[in-house]
Ligand binder design. Structure first.
Ligand code: NAP
Ligand code: MG
Length: 403
């Protein structure tokens, strides 16, 4: 078989530990034999980030802006223990944080569903995609522990001389105080990413905040979404037969649980953090989630939602057999290859990505799984646990038949 051609390179961001091992296995077994792969390679493994003073992370994000599509392996976010383990010069920031700050945008996470593993919520029959705003709010807060009685004020001095001031609370005892912010530009790009993603996946979009209580802060989110929808997306949504609706966050939670799934749920930063863990756990496992960062300019970065699976890596280094689930990392590759194919009008590449995913699902439906999934299988379905490389080899057998 002739290898499938590519015209524009993918930005390839390699990573750390067990996922770095899986990365190579996936490329060697599932991509390189079939695709004439073109990538611009950036090594985001911790040693290279340390060697380049993290410049390699910045370069990889800028390359994503240049080419439009990236695929990223999980990476270590260093802490004190990693400083010693890797003999680091500095406690480098989270690469995901750096990349998100450069690309801006929204993270979309959706579960990969299989027959043998049912969601905990029995009426969910289709995936629920969480769209998490990845900027500001409590993640960029300023907070104090108030030692005792006193007056707390919120004030703003405008560059044009505008002054605003309001008492927050006159403390009669010790307490806590927090300031947080967001920017119209970031909320707008969040809204655009959500509307574009809904159109490109033909799914309804839900958005919820607590605007009844937060009459300025959350209300601004609601108003910006509505204005952008009315002015720029309403007609396209109607043509695509999909809907946008806004509700209160508590109402949304109740509706989500009663729903069948099959829509996008847009969440502010904190809500998205919490709700994506709830939704992913209820669907099964972090290793069975797809994750993509979509920038307002239309750049895409595909990744796995889980980390570098350190515990398995130490076992691997000790020569023990490991059964780490590569699904999320394979789907990062298939997602990126499909998007590249769509952008460059390469039907063969799009169809390859589809067949790769179908082969993964067939393998799981045939009862061949990694250890983490076997425990989740419903009674009546057969499942055998295999190691990562046997699992990938089983996918390859099915992929070869499909091609
Ligand atoms: P983790 O790598 O997600 O792993 C936590 C546990 O979840 C594992 O020990 C394993 O459980 C299970 N697990 C996760 N992914 C799995 C998979 N593909 N297959 C099978 N089991 C899987 O989280 P962590 O241990 O907290 O973090 C490790 C490193 O990853 C840290 O250095 C952190 O900074 C980094 N991290 C990176 C990203 C990213 O780049 N996107 C995200 C999160 C964390 P068992 O041990 O019970 O089998
Ligand atoms: Mg979280």
């Amino acid at each position: 078989m002739e290898k499938i051609k590519m015209t524009t390179p993918l930005v390839e961001m390699d990573g750390d530990e067990m996922t770095r091992i899986l990365w190579k296995m996936i490329k060697d077994e599932l991509i390189l034999p079939f695709v004439d792969l073109k990538t611009e390679y950036y090594d985001l493994g911790l040693p290279e980030r340390d060697k380049t003073n993290d410049q390699v992370t910045i370069d990889s994000a800028n390359a994503t802006k240049k080419y439009g599509v990236a695929v990223k392996c999980a990476t270590i976010t260093p802490n004190a223990q990693r400083m010693t383990e890797y003999n680091l010069h500095e406690m480098w920031k989270s690469p995901n944080g750096t990349i998100r700050a450069i690309l801006d945008g929204t993270v979309f996470r959706a579960p990969i569903m299989i027959d043998a593993i049912k969601p905990v919520v029995k009426n969910w029959v289709a995936p629920i995609t969480i769209a998490r705003h990845a900027y500001g709010d409590v993640y960029k807060n300023t907070e104090f522990r108030i030692p005792g009685p006193g007056s707390a004020k919120l004030c703003f001095k405008g560059a044009d001389g505008t002054e605003m001031e309001q008492t927050i609370y006159d403390f009669e005892c010790a307490g806590v105080l927090q300031g947080q912010y967001n920017k119209d530009t970031s909320i707008r790009s969040f809204a655009h990413s959500c509307f574009k993603y809904a159109l490109s996946t033909k799914q309804d979009l839900w958005f919820a905040t607590k605007d009844t209580i937060s009459k300025k802060y959350d209300h601004t989110f609601k108003d910006i979404f509505q204005e952008i929808y009315d002015n720029e997306y309403k007609t396209q949504f109607e043509e695509a037969g999909i809907t946008y609706f806004y509700t209160l966050i508590d109402d949304a939670v109740a509706r989500v649980i009663r729903s069948k799934g099959g829509y996008i749920w847009a969440c502010k930063n904190y809500d998205g953090d919490v709700m994506s863990d709830m939704v992913s756990t209820a669907f099964g496992s972090l290793a069975m989630m797809t994750s993509v960062l979509v920038s307002p300019e239309g750049n895409y970065e595909y990744e796995a939602a889980h980390g570098t699976v350190t515990r398995h890596y130490y076992k691997y280094l000790a020569g023990e057999e490991t059964s780490t689930n590569p699904m999320a990392t394979i789907y990062a590759w298939s997602g990126a290859l499909r998007k590249r194919g769509e952008m460059d009008k390469l039907n063969d590449l799009v169809s390859f990505a589809d067949k790769l995913e179908v082969s993964c699902i067939q393998t799981l439906n045939d009862g061949i799984m990694t250890k983490d999934l076997v425990g989740l299988v419903e009674p009546g379905f057969k499942a055998v646990a295999v190691n990562s490389s046997d699992f990938i080899r089983a996918i390859r057998e099915r992929l070869e038949k499909a091609l």
